[in-house]
Design a protein around this ligand. Sequence first.
Ligand SMILES: *Cc1c(COP(=O)(O)O)cnc(C)c1O
Length: 425
Amino acid sequence: MDLDVLGDRLAELTDRLTGNYPFFHPRYAGQMLKPPHPVAVVGYLAAMLINPNNHALDGGPPTAEMEREAVAELAGMFGFDTHLGHLTSGGTIANLEALFVAREIHPGKAVAFSAESHYTHARMCHLLGVATRSVATDRFGRMDPAALNAALATGEIGTVVVTAGTTGLGAIDPVDEAVATAREHGVRVHVDAAYGGFYTLLAGAGAEGLAPEPWHAIAECDSVVVDPHKHGLQPYGCGAVLFRDPSVGRFYRHDSPYTYFTSDELHLGEISLECSRAGAAAAALWLTQQLFPLTPQGLGAVLSANLRAARGWAERVSAAPELTLYQRPQLDIVTYFPTVEHPTMAGIDAASAAVLKAGMAEEDPVFLSTLTAGRSDMLERHPGVGADADSARVLRSVLMKPESEHHLDWLQDRVRTLARAATGS
Ligand SMILES: *Cc1c(COP(=O)(O)O)cnc(C)c1O
């Protein structure tokens, strides 16, 4: 190998990476993106140099053990008394596994999820050949219990997916009410907490506490998904699925002539759909949990700062004449749009898009993201808006870095200025 070529090409690579948005910086207030915590990087790197494969104990007993320990911590966080679970490459695959098990338990029945649930549920149900039902949401983006009740009364549904923290708005479905209704109908409940799951640490806790009922009800559900690569400080490649009933392992049964030979103990590949998985992801999560335990004071302290940031910015937005809050944040996602005179869907859409674009082009840039709101969603929240289009983009900022809390005045100032320019006010 020619080290000069390596030096040159590495320089090119690092130069090309500067084409990324500055996810680490407070001026990035857009999507659900941030770098992993240095502790996770160290844990990942230490194990990755060995490159264990957590498919089977043959591929790396220590990281398989760390995975079992880390997953047990996650199960404890959700209050599961018993569990079977493992890490996955992400939330989509973790949800696929939960939906797969749901199909095996209720063959021929449909899966219901809210109109605000993650788009991959419909896609994965299509893949599994399972019918779906969409359940309406209320004006905070939460699943409407009456609509769920009506859907379950048809007898066609075998499983309901509730979302604890929707990806668009951070809305928390009423898990407690959904479980109660589902149980009356003998229906399974899966919780998609890929984005919001770790916020259960703040259920009822301290000044930033969240209403505990939906979070505590997760303990009664049949399965739950959480993404350590979203709010668990991990690099990508780390989701998790947990089942409350360990006997669902029977649905994964398979033979492999070339693995599972060093130990009679359970191999993680025997209870997961994926084969090879990075043992490094388990090592990183395990190490992170040692430094940021799953307690209100541990990882919860990071999440509290996010909540303070989101609530603090929402207050500032509400107070500014140039900006209108789309809806009050429930977790760390703030949604808003430039205040336009005689507001219409098309006018709000154009002004939001202009702020997004101008923000990134400035010398002192700010990076936001958008959310497409449907006509009825907008009118429920803002009845005065003229319905001249089917949808309107509004601005959306996920404040998932604890540092953001200290940069709200700057963010607010930048966005107000951009909104004034976009609306000519
Ligand atoms: C992000 C997300 C997913 C998908 O997870 P990936 O890790 O991106 O595959 C599913 N559901 C919810 C609620 C999410 O926020």
